[in-house]
Design a protein around this ligand. Structure first.
Ligand code: SAH
Length: 341
């Protein structure tokens, strides 16, 4: 079975033309898919004979809602979605003043091995297809009845370890015949797979790039993030500078504050030094405690002091607002719980 959600419009056109259909039918079908149609019968302007033919060897592979947790504080909804092969993935729907945003997963599990992260504890099971990543948006829109305008690829998985599918996903959701999500409303977050950074800048100069940094020197970063052994910090920072020069876009550095590990005033000073003169922004993220990892989160006071030091040295920094605090299960914990249950 072909999952039609995996096909970019030009591929869908090829498929329909190969079935002897006129090309314009592809746009109609594509439009239905991205309006969230769950069955071919809903595609009322598509001839019944074609609908039947499609149903024979194609499917609309929307993920199935297995579990939802809704925050009573801010309307954040955390989803555990089931895929056809029985795997489960997580997505988070968030409400902001500027619109609705979703955090999607790009892989089932992850092989990057970051020490503080829940998503990598069971290793990588497989890549998600473009349609499985897009399906998370469609399923959440369907469930909430609301439009999603912003997308962050910051759920489970390393997007640059599944580059081609993530690239196809971006083109899919950007297509004006479908979700029409603007490139500037999409953010991709990487732990620092350096060779992909310049490629990403060339392919998607308008999409926002976020880099998970979390440390200020190789020793500390390698201890927390094994990827740093393959691509040390000098290479990463150099690639980010080059990216900034090539795209004129500001890179976001994510810095998770871990109590006693990387959250002291000295760390803030060191970070400011590393980023000096760079077109960037630092997003400070109080660690979400994953009990398996043994790490603790920073105090509010340490976070504020860290931010103050960065700003005083000319590095713009914000502390991430914690949404959905009352429903724990951030950063891969929902899937982990379901797996262990
Ligand atoms: N693999 C990509 C995207 C997924 S992780 C990446 O590394 O960027 C998304 C962000 O959440 C990363 O910055 C990651 O380091 C961070 N993160 C992972 N576990 C966390 C935790 N327990 N608390 C806070 N942030 C965490």
């Amino acid at each position: 079975m072909i999952n039609l959600l995996d096909l970019e419009l030009n591929k869908l056109e090829e498929l329909l033309v190969s079935m002897g259909e006129p090309k314009f039918r592809a746009k109609q079908v594509f439009g239905w898919l991205y309006k969230g149609a769950g069955s071919f019968d809903e595609m009322t302007n598509v001839p019944a004979a074609l609908r039947q033919k499609l149903a024979e060897f194609c499917e609309i592979g929307l993920p199935e809602v297995m579990q939802v947790q809704q925050s009573k504080i801010d309307g954040t909804r955390k989803y555990l979605f089931g895929l056809k092969d029985g795997n489960a993935i997580e997505s988070v729907f968030m409400k902001y003043k500027f619109g609705n945003s979703i955090c999607v997963s790009s892989q089932v599990g992850c092989r990057m091995g970051c020490k503080f992260c829940a998503s990598t504890l069971g290793g990588l099971l497989r890549n998600l297809t473009p349609g499985e990543i897009a399906g998370q948006i469609l399923a959440a829109e369907k469930d909430t009845g609301e439009r999603i305008s912003h997308v962050v690829v910051m759920g489970t998985g390393e997007p640059f370890d599944n580059y081609d599918n993530v690239a196809a996903f971006i083109r899919l959701i950007n297509d004006k015949n479908g979700l029409n999500i603007g490139m500037r409303n999409i953010t991709v977050s990487t732990c620092g797979v350096v060779p992909m950074i310049s490629r990403f800048g060339e392919d998607f100069p308008q999409v926002n790039l976020a880099i998970s940094l979390h440390a200020t020197n190789n020793e500390a970063r390698s201890a927390m993030m094994p990827v740093n052994k393959a691509y040390p910090m000098e290479q990463l920072i150099e690639a980010c500078r080059a990216y900034g020069q090539a795209t004129s876009r500001r890179v976001t550095f994510e810095y998770t504050l871990v109590k006693g590990v990387n959250d002291g005033p000295k760390d803030a000073e060191a970070l400011a030094k590393v980023l000096r003169g760079m077109l960037c922004h630092v997003n400070l993220i109080p660690l979400n405690v994953v009990k398996e990892t043994g790490f603790e989160t920073s105090s509010r006071a340490s976070a504020l002091e860290f931010q103050r030091i960065l700003e005083s040295r000319g590095v713009p920094a914000t502390i991430r607002r914690e949404l959905g605090d009352d429903i724990d299960a951030a950063c891969g914990q929902l899937r982990l719980k379901a797996r262990d249950a």
